[in-house]
Design a protein around this ligand. Structure first.
Ligand code: ZN
Length: 119
């Protein structure tokens, strides 16, 4: 990865590197979180000795896990997308209007792909 030729939307190489590092560490954290949120595949096969209430609780936990995983995966996708843009030299550009995304927004969520106006 060569940073020397990338100078996107007024960002310095140091800034790009900083955002890339933070995206990569976020990505690692997310992947660990996803791994820790397993989906229970065999629904209903282990019902012996459990009351209906327990079963309902388990089903609910499963639905929650699925929702959590979905939102984590959604974030992971946004991060991958941002990392790809860094490689392509398009990082910091709004996907809708092609304007630069304001630095404050990138600072708080480096995976942003839309500017303040388009969000
Ligand atoms: Zn925009």
């Amino acid at each position: 990865m060569i940073f020397c030729y990338i100078y996107t939307f007024g960002m310095t190489q140091e800034e790009l590197k900083k955002y890339k590092d933070s995206l990569e560490s976020n990505k690692k954290e997310l992947e660990e979180l996803i791994a820790k949120t397993p989906l229970v595949e065999d629904m209903g096969s282990d019902t012996e000795g459990t009351s209906f209430d327990q079963e309902a609780d388990e089903a609910e936990a499963m639905v929650n896990n699925a929702a959590i995983r979905d939102s984590l995966k959604e974030r992971l996708k946004a991060i991958d997308n941002a990392l790809e843009k860094i490689d392509k030299g398009e990082y910091g550009k709004c996907e809708k209007c092609n304007e630069g995304i304001d630095e404050e927004k990138i600072e708080t969520s480096p995976e942003s792909s839309l500017c303040r106006n388009c969000k």
